[in-house]
Design a protein around this ligand. Structure first.
Ligand SMILES: Nc1ncnc2c1ncn2[C@@H]1O[C@H](COP(=O)(O)OP(=O)(O)OP(=O)(O)O)[C@@H](O)[C@H]1O
Length: 637
């Protein structure tokens, strides 16, 4: 199918080849949209002007922290270029007075020569200063952008895990990402705005000196375009808000559709056309909203242009009237033409860039709010204490935890103790709360009710890093980092600077030979999307994830279905290793393979967020409860 055919098909909706009715479109996230509201929705032109100084201060602070020298060059050059503009205007006035005065032309030109020389020099200095200012901007801007981007990434990797479950969090994040990309424009706009402002002040000085009436007339002439630009900016920002939920959904779908690890499924399950239909529908909805907004923007623009045009005519008419009525001389009037043009240009630039700055800062405001809120939430949710080192016990006391948007708690008034040196297996049917329990004992989530205590210290009161520096987690969906094999095991925290310990761990999980056979051994990049990269089989990846935990030697080791993709030999090997290293730590293993629970000292059986059975394998396998039932079902397959 050609691109054009694809576009047409997308526009018509999807009807499959056998004439079934059109596929229903994906639902709009309307309930969320009702709550979306821009913080600047009610911003006015006056509000914009009041906001600008603080926004400029924010930008200046970021730039100052990055490179003081470049900021000083930038500010210095802008002041210089403003002063040059003032000198140019003053020299024009002087030269005009001499050129249109009495006497022979050659004499008038000779007398005007010094003023003309000053004019040329000032214009040259002005150009050089502008060039240097642009150079300083080009140096500072990318670094300010990177700083904003890094701040956002830092916020995302630090934010409470619970935030990811909060309604609207993904959209807030998406808008903050847009804010980062707008940082680029914001910086240029700020620089251009200040440049225009400096020129404006000098031009205003000259214009006012010529006749005080000119100033208010000029200001009036450009105000309508300012109001129009602000209205346009508000419409654009609002549209961006309304589109953010859809855009976010589309972004997620895009990453799935284009991911190499899902390429097999997409093709072999004939999902291509449905996925494309989905993608096109979401794109179309966003485009429709943008197209509708363009109409509103055009109306605002035209109204501003019409009103502004009338005001501009008024400004020129005032100048003509002042000249004709003899209130200003012809020489002054000629200078006034240059000054008015300069002032008008600077004024409309200042207003235009001010509006552009406002527009960029609307988006940057999304970024700033996101970073500030996530940081504040993190500081509020936890205490600053230290978790005990190598805890002897983890006590879960009447803990309840409910995910946002769910009515039934995932953990429901559960009490339990884990002890050092003990292997505890957690089993139960899907959705019974096993993974949630592991998140609570490792401090990833904090209990809604009840407490999780490490040696009697409540995890809610300690800094999370002091907990996580002692935990090792192999989650159900573990990361396949696009990093070299070595770093996929050490996770960037090598115990030694040689590879001895890494090879030892690979030996224990049965991966040594497979890694030796990789093109560059431990240096091989485990990302087949990258040039020179390779990937591993599902079971090999799982062995690698277990190798991370073994290498880390944590005080609290939690493995959530660590062997679900492994062959029998691998599974046996891993459980032996876990048992062998269990003396110095608290080990918790979540598994559906009940045979594996034989190595556990204690088994916890969960149902609907509660513990319904507890004991050794031998006790439970004949206990007549859920464990026995699940075990028998497993053998019956
Ligand atoms: N991020 C989440 N947001 C909302 N609900 C969730 C979330 N994660 C889990 N749940 C719900 O919480 C309950 C417990 O889930 P949990 O993942 O802890 O179960 P589990 O016992 O580990 O299941 P499985 O054996 O399938 O891995 C389930 O009802 C699940 O739907």
């Amino acid at each position: 199918m050609s691109v054009v055919e694809g576009l047409l098909k997308g526009a018509q909706g999807r009807r499959d080849g056998v004439g079934r009715p059109p596929m229903p479109e994906p639902r709009e996230p309307t309930e969320k949209r009702a709550r979306l509201r821009s913080a600047f929705e009610d911003a006015s032109f006056r509000g914009m002007c009041l906001n600008i100084p603080s926004l400029l201060a924010d930008i200046a602070k970021m730039a100052w922290a990055i490179d003081r020298r470049d900021v000083l060059v930038l500010v210095g050059c802008q002041v210089l270029s403003g002063v040059s503009a003032a000198v140019v205007l003053a020299a024009v006035g002087e030269a005009m007075a001499l050129l249109v005065g009495g006497g022979p032309v050659s004499e008038r030109v000779r007398q005007a020569l010094p003023a003309l020389a000053v004019l040329a020099l000032a214009a040259g200095v002005g150009r050089v200063a502008s060039g240097l200012a642009a150079w300083a901007v080009a140096r500072v801007k990318p670094r300010v952008m990177s700083a904003a981007d890094t701040a956002l990434v830092e916020a995302m990797v630090s934010v409470e895990v619970a935030a990811f479950n909060r309604a609207g969090f993904a959209e807030e994040h998406e808008r903050a990402e847009t804010g980062v990309t707008r940082c680029d424009r914001m910086f240029s706009d700020a620089q251009a705005f200040i440049a225009a402002l400096v020129r404006l002040v000098t031009a205003f000085g000259v214009v006012t000196a010529l006749h005080p009436l000119m100033l208010p007339v000029l200001v009036l002439a450009v105000m309508p375009s300012g109001v129009g630009a602000v209205t346009e900016a508000k419409i654009e920002h609002r549209t961006n808000y309304l589109n953010s939920a859809n855009r976010n959904l589309r972004g997620m779908m895009r990453s799935h559709v284009t991911a190499s690890n899902l390429a097999d499924e997409v093709r072999a399950n004939s999902m291509r056309s449905y996925l494309l239909f989905w993608y096109r529908t979401l794109s179309r909805r966003n485009d429709e909203r943008i197209v509708r907004a363009a109409g509103g923007q055009l109306r605002a623009n035209l109204a501003a242009a019409a009103f502004g045009g009338m005001c501009l005519c008024g400004a020129w008419a005032t100048l003509v009237w002042l000249t004709v009525s003899g209130q200003v001389s012809l020489a002054v009037s000629a200078t006034a033409v240059v000054a008015v043009r300069t002032a008008l240009g600077s004024l409309s630039n200042a207003v235009g860039y001010c509006a552009a700055l406002f527009r960029s800062t609307l988006f940057l405001g999304d970024w700033k709010r996101f970073v500030d809120i996530t940081t504040a939430e993190l500081e509020m949710s936890r205490g600053g204490g230290r978790a005990p080192r190598c805890p002897e016990t983890i006590r879960v006391e009447e803990v309840t935890y409910c995910y946002p948007g769910r009515t039934r708690p995932a953990i429901d008034g559960l009490s339990l103790t884990f002890r050092r040196g003990e292997v505890v297996a957690v089993v139960g049917e899907n959705g019974s709360g096993k993974s949630t329990l592991t998140r609570l004992i490792t401090g990833l989530n904090l209990a809604d009710k009840g407490t999780v205590l490490w040696d009697g210290v409540d995890l809610a009161g300690v800094a999370p890093e002091t907990v996580w520096s002692q935990t090792g987690l192999v989650p159900q969906f573990f990361a396949r980092w696009p990093l070299p094999c070595r770093e996929n095991i050490t996770l960037g925290q090598p115990r030694t600077w040689d590879d001895e310990a890494v090879w030892e761990v690979l030996e224990t999980v049965g991966l040594r030979q497979a890694v030796q056979e990789l093109p560059e051994g431990l240096d091989t990049l485990l990302a087949r999307e990258m040039w020179g990269g390779v990937t591993l089989s599902g079971g090999q990846w799982q062995r690698l994830a277990c190798a991370r935990a073994v290498y880390r030697q944590p005080a609290v080791l939690v493995l959530d279905e660590p062997t679900s993709e492994m062959d029998a030999r691998g599974e046996h090997q891993i459980f032996q290793v876990l048992k062998g290293m269990s003396q110095d730590r608290i080990t918790v293993i979540v598994t559906h393979q009940l045979e594996n629970t034989k190595i556990a000292d204690r088994i916890i059986v969960m149902e609907r967020g509660q513990i319904i059975e507890e004991g050794s394998f031998d006790q439970l396998v004949k206990g007549g409860g859920l464990f026995e039932e699940l075990y028998e079902l497993g053998r019956d397959r």
